[in-house]
Write a protein that binds this ligand. Structure first.
Ligand code: FAD
Length: 321
């Protein structure tokens, strides 16, 4: 069984992990330059040294027993660690947030830098169109990308699935990344939500981080939506100003780096739906948007879809003479 999975974030890779265990051959396509998805880490050379920013997910929880077991394996492998400052059940990738994604991707055939523009089906199976290339045939196609991007690809094949995807909406998130030549005089390592800042954290204070004083400053969904089309260069200073309001002296040390990243589809509202699967077309969809805006729920969504696909495969095999 040959599978194509579009999207190599937590959901797509969890789906791949489970299906490879079932003897399937899986190819993943991801438009990103490297592993991470919304668990990405950005490294920047600054006059103060190499700064590292987890600019997507900040930490993750592990409450589901199966996900807890997976996280325990990652902890044994030294790629995640608890971050008690963020809560008693908070975990981060080490030495950077994308570590578990990097490790999962290394176990599969992942084609990075492939922006999939469409999937087509003919008598031989599914074909994946990216850039000026068409690859296939695959027996099964899975979309593990945000709902807003999935709906367009689904619309040509399964209107019900496409409709479900259009009901799941996400909030954007402007994220500023600031490195400094000295420590910022804010006592806690992360800040609670306020009118502008939804979350801010001293990135270099997370477990096993090194490098200069570095802050990730994430705006609230509403603030981000109001400024969605502004330039990153205009947004970054506004978020820096919001951080300054929290400093004891009302001042910030000299900057070594400042930039901003616009997450258009950051935090899905989630529709608590479970994975989508059309057994007639052998077309599936998974991702956090089907359960809720958390790393753990993305993993569960991918895994649940894989279990459904595997069950279908077993049933089809049992029917063969
Ligand atoms: C700013 C921010 C803060 C967050 N904070 C937290 C947090 O603290 N805790 C928590 O648990 N969760 C948090 N989340 C949510 C968490 O990151 C997501 O729920 C989870 O990572 C989603 O995984 P996914 O696999 O569903 O999607 P993604 O990680 O988005 O993976 C989808 C992949 O598909 C690729 N892709 C998209 N379109 C295409 C295409 N057409 N062709 C090819 N590839 C494509 C993308 O490059 C991406 O790698 C946060 C997210 C953001 C953005």
């Amino acid at each position: 069984m040959q599978l194509a999975i579009i999207g190599a974030g937590m959901a797509g890779l969890a789906c791949a992990d489970r299906l490879v265990g079932n003897g399937c051959s899986v190819t993943l396509f991801d438009k990103g330059r490297g592993p991470g998805g919304r668990m990405s880490t950005r490294r920047v050379e600054t006059p103060a040294g190499t700064a590292s920013f987890d600019h997507g997910a900040q930490y993750f929880t592990a409450r589901d027993p199966q996900f807890r077991a997976r996280v325990a394996e990652w902890a044994m492998a030294g790629i995640v660690a608890p971050w008690p400052e963020a809560g008693k059940d908070a975990w981060v990738g080490v030495p950077s947030m994308n570590a578990p994604i990097r490790a999962m991707a290394a176990a599969h055939d992942v084609r990075f830098g492939c922006h999939v523009a469409g999937i087509q089906r003919n008598d031989t199976g599914w074909w994946v169109r990216h850039d000026s290339v068409v690859e296939g045939p695959f027996d099964v196609a899975v979309l593990a990308i945000p709902a807003e991007q999935a709906s367009a690809l689904l619309a040509l094949h399964d209107l019900d699935m496409a409709r479900t995807a259009t009901t799941a909406r996400s909030l954007p998130c402007w994220t500023a990344m600031a490195a400094f030549t000295q420590r910022v005089d804010i006592r806690p390592d992360h800040l609670p939500s306020g009118p502008v800042i939804g979350w801010a954290a001293r990135n270099n204070a997370k477990p096993q981080r090194s490098g200069p004083e570095s802050w990730v400053i994430q705006a609230t969904g509403g603030w981000s939506a109001d400024r969605l089309e502004q330039d990153a260069a205009d947004v970054a200073p506004l978020l820096l100003e919001a951080l300054r309001d929290h400093s004891d002296s009302g001042l910030l040390p000299p900057l070594a780096h400042l930039s901003a990243h616009r997450w258009r589809f950051a935090m899905t509202r989630g529709i608590d739906h479970g994975p989508l699967w059309n057994d007639r077309l052998a077309l599936g969809a998974c991702g956090d948007w089907l359960l809720g805006p958390r790393v753990e729920l993305a993993w569960l969504s991918g895994r649940r879809l894989a279990i459904q696909i595997a069950a279908d495969m077993a049933a089809a095999q049992a029917e063969r003479p």
